[in-house]
Design a protein around this ligand. Structure first.
Ligand code: GLN
Length: 305
């Protein structure tokens, strides 16, 4: 077995010069003030062993990483019927792009771009009584952290500036692909994006995807093995937006990123790895985080290929 602790410590040193590059997301004003020097990384193996380095215990805004949990929730509630309302192809466009939606009649390309996540949020809103509480319970259960919570200031900061998401939601609604009000869908979406988790939470919280859908802590099934395999496939092809091809090439494992600077990767039947560095590259993925994951798969020799 690779010496994960030594590898994580090495990666932290090797990526240090990158922390001054890229830009912290500032279109959500509350995220703009997060110090770019932060760097954390954590690995949890299927037998429950945890390795971590740097600021791996510090909670940050998971943003689009939450889309994996809402997709999980939607598949739990309506299964394959979801695919009548959202596609499974990489978009090749920015995560918040509007252009494809018009050409494709309000059917988002995949659940991990914003348009797709808004449709998924609409599906999740259809499972009463309390979809927010249900999401929080799932995330807490997966990461085995009952203290985990949302950050209302991040949510209201995005709500006050989320003009593009409002445009997307209105547009989708005009095609009849939202059942709930634009206001409710956006409210839920900003809530999910505001969940705050550390690298340790995220590595633990994604381990069910390396474990055929079974939560290693509670032993319960979050998803069926078949559904789990499909989420991993979607993370590989769509999880890092229009950089997904590059990620498959350089990193070689399913990953999901967020503009809070987090990226989580899954190696089926082996481990989950999470990294956090707030400054982003031009595609909205953590710049040092992407390099760290490439170093991780190169140094460990792990890849799904
Ligand atoms: N809340 C962010 C947005 O909608 C999430 C985007 C992301 O993390 N890529 O713009």
């Amino acid at each position: 077995m690779p010496d994960y602790q030594a590898i994580l410590d090495e990666i932290r040193e090797e990526t240090r010069p990158l922390l001054c590059q890229g830009h912290v997301a500032d279109y959500i004003p509350r995220l703009a003030g997060v110090p770019r020097e932060k760097f954390g990384m954590a690995v949890v193996t299927l037998d429950g062993r945890l390795y971590q380095t740097g600021d791996a215990d510090e909670a940050f805004s998971i943003q689009s990483i939450s889309k994996v949990y809402t997709l999980t929730q939607a598949l739990q509630s309506i299964g394959d019927r979801l695919w009548q309302r959202v596609g499974r192809e990489p978009s090749g466009n920015a995560f918040n792009s509007l252009v494809q939606l018009e050409l494709e009649n309000g059917l988002p390309r995949n659940p991990f771009i914003n348009a797709g996540a808004l449709v998924v949020a609409d599906v999740v809103l259809g499972s009463p009584p309390d979809p927010r509480a249900q999401l929080l319970a799932t995330v807490r259960r997966c990461s085995d952290n009952a203290a985990l919570r949302d950050d209302p200031e991040v949510a209201s900061s995005e709500q006050a500036n989320g003009f593009r998401n409002a445009a997307l939601a209105n547009f989708i609604r005009s095609f009849g692909n939202l059942d709930h009000s634009v206001h409710d869908v956006l409210g839920f979406y900003f809530y999910q994006c505001s969940l705050a988790m550390s690298c340790v939470d995220l590595a633990r919280g994604f381990l069910f995807l390396a474990n055929q859908g079974r939560c290693p802590w509670s032993g319960g099934n979050i998803l069926l093995p078949d559904q789990t395999r499909r989420i991993n496939a979607l993370m590989l092809t769509c999880g890092t937006y229009d950089a997904a091809g590059d990620f498959a090439y350089h990193v070689g494992i399913p990953c999901k990123s967020g503009v809070g600077g987090g990226i989580v990767g899954v190696i089926p039947k082996q481990l989950a790895v999470a990294v956090w560095s707030p400054a982003l590259d031009a595609k909205g993925n953590s710049l040092a985080g992407s390099a760290a994951l490439e170093l991780f798969t190169s140094k460990t020799g792990l890849s799904i290929f």
